[in-house]
Write a protein that binds this ligand. Structure first.
Ligand code: ADP
Ligand code: MG
Length: 394
């Protein structure tokens, strides 16, 4: 069990909270402040408990001086001030005398946000390379370190693993929830436990399949990856996407877990992947050489829904069709709406799946929608995440 923010006396302490403020920006403005909103619980807890709050985050990738201008966290400080209803001091420097004296002047309950940690990636990748000297410098700014940035927890950077290895550390409420809803659920699921796997490529998800095929009772396969499985069974898949390199892997999985791995029985095929595509539903033994499989068909939706209705836990990673185009979105929409009607544990992992169900208006309808794309995938793979590993145990 990892320590959490609740395990510390925060009063008068300088508490560094590593947040995930990696928000989408458009024309210099925040396009979606969800990640800032999600961070409020931990920040407010620290404020209410008398901490001197020091916030750190990265934003985008920093490779050139131009990237620095485009990826300043100053807009986040402004939005955060509004959301917290109190002044958030912004430090345009990631280190130096000005930053140090601003922190020295903090009173209990004050909040400072330090500029984008990845500014330290130019020119020497000090943040992303987990530079020891940088981590030590940052660690010395605080008394306690809290990791609440799940989305970067699969990386070992100076602002997470680095600082956590030097001063006492715990996880924030967001990371705690991710561990509970993904890590603990996989470790001990209420059964039947069903996994929906989709997305574009099998090769992206091999680690996830290998891990979950041993844990889940059923794995429902949709999305682009279904066609590598169907081809592995000897079926014609036309122009659907196929990972030739993963054919043998799929054959092995089908041989060893034939009762667990459930493939589509019909497919919505299109002639192209555009808004004006013609969509036709075909049974899987009827796909012609010119067809492109772009969604699961209605019979598959019904079959998959049966499995979901009989489950106690469902984890879903990967849209089951090209949901971005309306003709090919019914599968993803139908499974999402079926899940929201069930009173069971429902967890969404994966960046595109999360944004798909949020766009459908289901943000509050799942037990948990993971905030980390890559990090949630690695957790589904059963590998331990360095940013969480580095946190003190209870
Ligand atoms: P996540 O981010 O949730 O892990 P992925 O990145 O693996 O999901 O996959 C998302 C993408 O998969 C979407 O952009 C979607 O259009 C695509 N996709 C789903 N089904 C198909 C298909 N049949 N053919 C091609 N692409 C597909
Ligand atoms: Mg994705």
């Amino acid at each position: 069990m990892k320590k959490t923010i609740r395990d510390f006396d925060l009063n008068e302490k300088r508490v560094i909270i590593r947040c995930d403020f990696n928000v989408p920006l458009k024309d210099g403005k925040i396009a979606d402040d969800n990640r800032i909103v999600e961070s409020l619980k931990t920040i407010n807890y620290a404020i209410e408990n008398g901490a001197k709050v020091i916030l750190m985050s990265h934003l985008g990738r920093i490779k050139t001086e131009d990237d620095k201008i485009k990826n300043s966290l100053e807009v986040v400080a402004v939005r955060l001030s509004e959301l917290l209803n109190r002044q958030v001091i912004f430090s345009p420097e990631t280190r130096g005398k000005k930053l140090e004296s601003a922190i020295a002047e903090l009173n209990s309950g004050d909040v400072i946000l330090i500029e984008n940690t990845r500014f330290e990636d130019l020119p020497h990748k000090l943040e992303s390379g987990n530079d020891k000297e940088l981590a030590t410098y940052w660690a010395n700014l605080g008394d306690i370190y809290i990791n609440d940035a799940f989305g970067t927890s699969h990386r070992a950077h100076a602002s997470n693993v680095g600082i956590a290895s030097i001063i006492p550390s715990g996880v924030g409420f967001l990371v705690e929830k991710e561990i509970k809803m993904i890590g603990d659920v996989i470790a001990n699921p209420d059964r039947p436990f069903t996994v929906i796997l989709g997305g574009a490529k099998v090769s992206d998800k091999i680690g996830v399949i290998k891990n979950l095929v041993n844990i889940a009772d059923y794995i429902l396969i949709g999305g682009g990856m279904a066609f590598t499985f169907l081809k592995a069974k000897g079926l014609e898949v036309g122009k659907s996407i196929v990972d030739e390199d993963s054919l043998d892997f799929c054959k092995d999985i089908l041989n060893n877990y034939s009762n667990k791995v459930i493939l589509p029985i019909d497919i919505v095929c299109g002639n192209k992947v555009t808004e004006d595509a013609m969509a036709t539903t075909k049974s899987i033994d009827n796909i012609s050489i010119d067809d492109m499989g772009l969604d699961i068909g209605t019979n598959t939706i019904l079959m998959f829904t049966e499995y979901l209705n009989n489950s106690s836990t469902v984890i879903w990673n990967g849209p089951v069709g090209v949901f971005e185009i309306s003709q090919f979105s019914l599968g993803t929409k139908s499974l999402a709406s079926a899940l929201t009607r069930l009173d069971i544990t429902t967890v969404i992992g994966g960046g595109d799946t999360a944004s798909a169900v949020i766009k459908m208006g289901y943000k509050e309808s799942f037990t948990h929608i993971s905030t980390g794309g890559g990090a949630s995938l690695e957790m589904l793979e059963g590998v331990s995440l360095p940013g969480i590993e580095a946190i003190n145990d209870r």
